[in-house]
Write a protein that binds this ligand. Sequence first.
Ligand SMILES: CC(C)(COP(=O)(O)OP(=O)(O)OC[C@H]1O[C@@H](n2cnc3c(N)ncnc32)[C@H](O)[C@@H]1OP(=O)(O)O)[C@@H](O)C(=O)NCCC(=O)NCCS
Length: 204
Amino acid sequence: MSAPPKTVLHASDAEAEAIRRAVRTVDVASLGPGRVRADLSHVPGLVTLLGDPRVSDPIYDLPRPIGEESVTRWVAEAQAQALAGEGLLILTLDPKGEVSGYSKITVWPERASGELAGAVRAEAQNHGQGGTGAAHTFGWMFETLGLRLIGLTAALDNARSARLIEAAGFVPMGERDAKRADGTIRRSRYWELTRDQWRQRHRL
Ligand SMILES: CC(C)(COP(=O)(O)OP(=O)(O)OC[C@H]1O[C@@H](n2cnc3c(N)ncnc32)[C@H](O)[C@@H]1OP(=O)(O)O)[C@@H](O)C(=O)NCCC(=O)NCCS
């Protein structure tokens, strides 16, 4: 279950509606090569990707147990969220058309806020691709979707994610409990970054 950031922003009706519209209509190819919105044709590829514990174990916000049925439901829910302007499930397809990574963006339009979770296939990890991709995605969430705040969590022992998150400028804000789809709780480290902080860093 995605949880909104600890910091509570209030968006005007117009700002919230602009965010919803952006989420509904954005061309996800603008995020990078091979990016597509997930649909039911991707379920087998996602089951293979997420079936690998090196990909899915560190992530709290995934269907569990991972299988054809739970992933089908997850993709259908993500499609409904996208129609409501409240989330995007974006896949990266490799040159063979296989699912090599995913980004799940959850959006709270009335708070101008969002969350990102994601992974790349095990063979692609530790080559700098995830760090570069995540940094690019944060900028896209601020500038293309119009969010003003991103909150992120990572498992206490996920040093790799923590490094990537702090390299992007996120500010550590203690810990929080993240609830998995099966109801179990994962204690997490927690960070936030505002659009102003992002822009300052990138001198926009
Ligand atoms: C998280 C993930 C997307 C990162 O992508 P990646 O391509 O593997 O990461 P990178 O190679 O860009 O490495 C990120 C940083 O972590 C560092 N790192 C790698 N392993 C580390 C470790 N065990 N301890 C500390 N830092 C580590 C890298 O050196 C790099 O820092 P640098 O750029 O300063 O050198 C990817 O590893 C993944 O899919 N993991 C499984 C799912 C997951 O954990 N998702 C995130 C949940 S919050």
